[in-house]
Design a protein around this ligand. Structure first.
Ligand code: SF4
Ligand code: SF4
Ligand code: SF4
Length: 222
């Protein structure tokens, strides 16, 4: 190859590299500019949505999660109306219901004898399967210090039957509630649980506050 040709190849490679870097720089600047112009940083940091759904986008305008869509509504049940009839476990269109038990530790008494954990009439207060009220073993019990125990829900095992919620509501602090989990719910036009709920507990509420963890209130946090 002649010296002239080699010089030409080197020059065209340099030009290609220069153009490529210029393109990368322009795309980066355009993205930054759009974010500055929109200036609406996502407010969900640290709350339930961030833990379960948020992908850490720099701006709500780039949010891929439909849950944060302004003006959109999602199905949710009101724990103060729910009578734990069992239909949340059986009437969801999903094979494993989108309704799960949610624990609110701030309301929990950390009881040694937890009526949300033990079968009524359990003779020994240990975690043997026959003593537990949960049919799927979804509740974990951990000793903290005498006489306190911590309870957590493994939602991958929970079927939303509400047995634990009924026990805790009847004899405890009511720290266990049922909620539609929005990382699972496909938000049917007509929720098949809502249609058959005997307590009329289901409503469509703003997707920006998709949980009802206290009576009459909507919330974005767990
Ligand atoms: S169907 Fe209604 S009453 Fe029955 S468990 Fe679900 S929310 Fe509660
Ligand atoms: S008792 Fe039912 S609602 Fe409660 S954790 Fe177990 S499966 Fe879920
Ligand atoms: S809207 Fe559909 S997926 Fe969601 S809880 Fe109701 S039946 Fe299940």
């Amino acid at each position: 190859m002649s010296e002239l040709k080699v010089t030409g190849v080197v020059q065209s490679r340099r030009e290609f590299l220069r153009n490529f870097l210029r393109g990368v720089l322009l795309v980066g600047l355009a993205g930054m500019g759009a974010r500055v112009m929109l200036g609406r940083r996502c407010q969900s940091a640290g709350d339930f949505d961030r833990q379960k759904l948020c992908k850490g986008c720099p701006d709500v305008a780039f949010c891929p999660s439909a849950v944060l869509s302004v003006g959109r509504k999602v199905w949710q049940l009101d724990p103060s109306k729910c009578t734990q009839c069992g239909r949340c476990a059986t009437h969801c269109v999903l094979q494993s219901s989108a309704v799960k038990c949610v624990h609110r530790p701030a309301q929990c008494g950390y009881c040694r004898l937890c009526f949300g954990f033990f079968q009524p009439g359990a003779t020994t207060l240990n975690s043997a399967a026959e003593n537990q009220i949960c049919p799927t073993g979804a509740i974990r019990r951990k000793f903290i210090e005498e006489p306190y125990y911590e309870y957590t829900i493994d939602e991958s095992l929970c079927i939303g039957c509400g047995r634990c919620v009924k026990g805790c509501s009847a004899f405890g602090n009511g720290s266990l509630v049922l909620q539609v989990r929005h990382d699972r719910c496909v938000n049917c036009n007509e929720c098949s649980i809502a249609r058959d709920c005997p307590s009329d507990a289901f409503r469509q509420i703003p997707a920006t506050t998709p949980y009802r963890l206290k009576a009459g209130t909507e919330s974005s946090a767990s």
